[in-house]
Design a protein around this ligand. Structure first.
Ligand SMILES: [Zn+2]
Length: 599
């Protein structure tokens, strides 16, 4: 492994250019202070939102402006921190931005509570009288949708004051995982001792072709997890209990319904995604596992073997520049307006792709309002990176198209829709590589990468979703959630899905401890929603071409101005019906067929 560079040693063209947000740290400092000083531009309307449409409009305009400025301050700090978390200066910047964010949130929370407390019909009257408010109608509608569930202003104030405490389970989970949890070093098949950490397990060992290393690493991983099982069961249970109690206080039929209300998703859609995908995808995934057992020459497949590579020697090296060509070609089907954005991202240092000590692991995209999106990825020179970068560029393209048209307050759609544009781009780029190649091994490799994407979004995250669904069902009956209940139900779900094809070893029962997703509402299942939409849109683009592309660009431009099911509908996907889900499952089945027949 090459020596890792320090941040300062990374060639500048491999880094993102934060000067597009602020030219210097001093300029950032000055704006941080100025934003803090301008909080009264919003708070001066406190207690006055009932005075008339003009006052409400002035207040919302001030809020939008303050939020836009703050989002640039916060992004600059958090991006600096992601690029090098070991720098004390970056840590301090991130902490200061976060505390300003908390202050803005608490000082501007009166807007929501005052709007909710206005007599029924008032806001509607304002909207009719003041045309300037039209730009804020979606924002106002979303607040008003909560009216049936609002508590008295004093109670709302008390809950808002307690928000940090109510968010404690997530904080405790994250802090414990990053600071307290340790793992024993592991040995590979040659007897070498290797270091072990959460990120190394997820980034490397889990997909290692060395079965001894893969299994030893999983044993070390789950031993490390197990030491915290009672702590994390308590944080899990507290999070669930909080939502159950909150739903009862507010008068929702259940915690699930409360969270889905925030996502603007009907319960039927949520349940159907779990039922159909887990039920109908299982036979295809079991076939894929049987192939894995045969190709790897193992007499049994353990849970920790599910992601073992089937053709480990084949890993076509791909430079960043070559990746840029492949991606531009793959996304050219989306037309010039879209391709220009992607080209700009690739050429103008929107992307941080070098490696350095202290850089965040994984990949993400942060679209900075009024500037441009920033993407973090660590390039490992593999073709696999191409699909990851295409994914993040999907978030970037969405960010640019939606932010060009809309206020910051309206630009971000529901979590239900977030992963559709990103996964679509991976599918389109994969399609284009497949169309270009005549090499059977490349073709098989690309399809296996696609199956990896479907495994993650349709199986792993959805099994997490299923665990969450069953735990909420228990919690609604006031049954306790403990480590043994979580591990037992986790094992039941895995057994049901894999039907004996995969051996669910003891460590697999503890995999409920892996993910921070459980602390972000109903997050896990939304991956499958996004990918279902993307699969259908990719099919439409393949079959119809231009008209499907046109629809899709309109959807991206709509940003958060519509509910997620309306966005899907605009793209031609009716998520209230089982058909798109079944079509996506059938598509995965066809990919499995092709891989099975190619070995
Ligand atoms: Zn994503």
């Amino acid at each position: 492994m090459p020596e890792r560079l320090t941040r300062a040693e990374v060639p500048v063209e491999q880094t993102w250019n934060l000067a597009d947000i602020f030219p210097t740290v001093e300029a950032w400092e000055a704006e941080l202070a100025a934003v803090a000083g301008d909080i009264p531009t919003v708070t001066r309307y406190r207690g006055r939102l009932g005075d008339g449409a003009g006052v409400l409009l002035a207040c919302l305009e001030a809020l939008e402006k303050l939020q836009e400025r703050f989002s640039r301050v916060a992004s600059y700090a958090s991006l600096s921190q992601s690029a090098d978390g070991t720098s004390p200066a970056n840590q301090a910047m991130a902490a200061r931005a976060m505390s300003l964010g908390a202050r803005i949130q608490s000082e501007t929370s009166f807007i929501r509570s005052e709007i909710l407390a206005l007599p029924e019909g008032t806001v509607e009257g304002y909207l009719a009288r003041e045309p300037g408010l039209a730009r804020f109608s979606r924002f106002l509608d979303r607040i008003l949708a909560d009216r049936p569930y609002a508590l008295s202003p004093e109670t709302e104030r008390a809950l808002a004051a307690l928000s940090e405490v109510l968010d404690a389970p997530a904080m405790i989970y994250r802090r414990s995982k990053s600071s307290d949890m340790t793992f024993e070093p592991v040995r590979d098949s040659r007897g070498n001792e290797l270091p072990m950490a959460f990120a190394i397990y997820e980034g490397h060992y889990e997909r290692s072709p060395d079965t001894v290393l893969r299994r030893n690493a999983f044993a070390s991983f789950t031993k490390g997890l197990k030491a915290y099982q009672n702590t994390y069961a308590a944080t899990w249970a507290t999070e669930v209990r909080k939502n159950v109690i909150m739903a009862r206080l507010r008068g929702y039929p259940s915690a699930i319904e409360m969270i889905l209300h925030q996502q603007e998703v009907p319960a039927g859609v949520y349940h159907r995604l779990h039922d159909i995908i887990l039920g109908e995808l299982a036979p295809h995934m079991r076939r894929y596992v049987r192939l894995r057992r045969k190709v790897l020459g193992l007499d049994r497949i353990l849970y920790c073997d599910i992601e073992a590579p089937l053709d480990p020697e084949f890993n076509p090296p791909t430079t960043f520049d070559r990746a840029a060509e492949i991606i531009l070609k793959g996304l050219s089907v989306l037309g010039p307006e879209y391709t220009e954005i992607i080209a700009s991202a690739l050429q103008n240092r929107w992307i941080d792709w070098g490696d350095n000590i202290g850089k965040s692991t994984g990949a993400f995209c942060n679209s900075v309002y009024g500037v441009h999106p920033y993407i973090l990825i660590t390039w490992t020179n593999s073709l696999r990176d191409v699909l990851t970068l295409a994914h993040e560029l999907g978030h970037a393209g969405h960010g640019v198209l939606s932010q060009r048209q809309h206020l910051l307050l309206n630009s971000r759609p529901s979590m239900f829709f977030i992963e559709a544009p990103s996964t679509l781009n991976s599918l389109l780029v994969a399609d284009s590589i497949l169309a270009e190649t005549t090499d059977r091994r490349v073709r098989r490799w690309v399809i296996m990468q696609l199956l990896g994407i479907y495994y993650h979004n349709f199986v792993r995250h959805l099994i997490e979703g299923e665990l969450q669904r069953r735990m909420y069902a228990l919690a609604e009956k006031d049954e306790p959630i403990t480590a043994s209940v979580l591990s037992r139900v986790q094992a039941e779900i895995l057994e049901e899905f894999w039907g004996g094809e995969v051996e669910i070893e003891d460590g697999a029962r503890l995999t409920w401890m892996r993910q921070p997703h459980y602390y972000s509402g109903l997050y896990p299942y939304t991956y499958s929603a996004g990918l279902t939409i993307a699969t259908e849109v990719a099919r439409a683009i393949r079959e119809e071409g231009e008209p499907a592309v046109k629809r899709w660009l309109e959807v991206l431009k709509a940003g958060g101005t519509r509910k997620p099911l309306e966005l899907a509908e605009m793209a031609g996907v009716d998520m209230t019906r089982p058909e798109p889900i079944r079509a996506a499952v059938a598509y995965v089945g066809s990919l499995v067929d092709e891989v099975v027949s190619s070995f």
